[in-house]
Design a protein around this ligand. Sequence first.
Ligand code: ADP
Ligand code: MG
Length: 271
Amino acid sequence: MENKTYDKVTTPLPHREGPGESLKGRIVIELQNVKRYFQVGSETVKALRGVSFKIYEGEFVTIQGTSGSGKSTLLNQLGCLDTPTSGEYYLDGISVRTMSKSQRAHLRNQKIGFVFQNYNLLAKTTAVENVELPLMYNSKYNAQQRREAAVRALQAVGLGDRLEHKSNQMSGGQMQRVAIARALVNNPAVLLADEATGNLDTRTSFEMLVLFQELHRQGHTIIFVTHNPEIAEYASRNINLRDGKIREDTINPNIKSAAEALAALPIPQDD
Ligand code: ADP
Ligand code: MG
């Protein structure tokens, strides 16, 4: 069985001023001087060179940067897929650095909903079965409760009428909605999206942004990693990486409406 005793943070973390501070909410994620070095032959590649930030409950944060700036390495830290060379990472108050691989897997399943560029759905499997999957490891759910939770999550992303459709019978946008429902079904502390609109056409990308903004409005905490700067205009905060360091960390004072942008797109012409 899993060892479920984590290093709970019982004392308040040191106070530092930074973007998001004015929200004065609960801290969902805190990175303290996180470094990640890779040894390649005789060379040390410094993918992250000391990254620090706090993310508060209810923020919609984009993490941006050019290719090679360290986005994927950072995402792997945030998603508990990898551990820092040095520095601290607290996820929902739990110190991740000292955890074993299996402890991290358990924490990941409980606290994080992942949305990937390529959807990562099981092929030839229905929407509802795909969404039930994260609950298979959760002893609090019996088969009927799993099903009910999956149906609710699919309804929340607008797929209440596609429950029994298989992955190969759906469009890219529908598959991404299933993936978002699957990410939400466990009620995670944070939704972690990796280029979640990367494979979608413009219209479908905006439809997805409408959904992310709706989830943001409902209070979900979202981290959206992307190389596309346009997406930052729809989020509440943007963290920009360069050479493994934070180049900029700014609150967006003027969040654009994805619904308005979608409505302003030209109507697709059938030819
Ligand atoms: P991004 O996702 O922004 O393109 P990455 O996090 O993938 O950036 O990579 C940041 C830097 O770290 C790059 O120079 C990359 O070559 C290097 N890097 C990433 N992962 C590894 C690894 N497993 N081994 C060696 N170098 C790596
Ligand atoms: Mg990458």
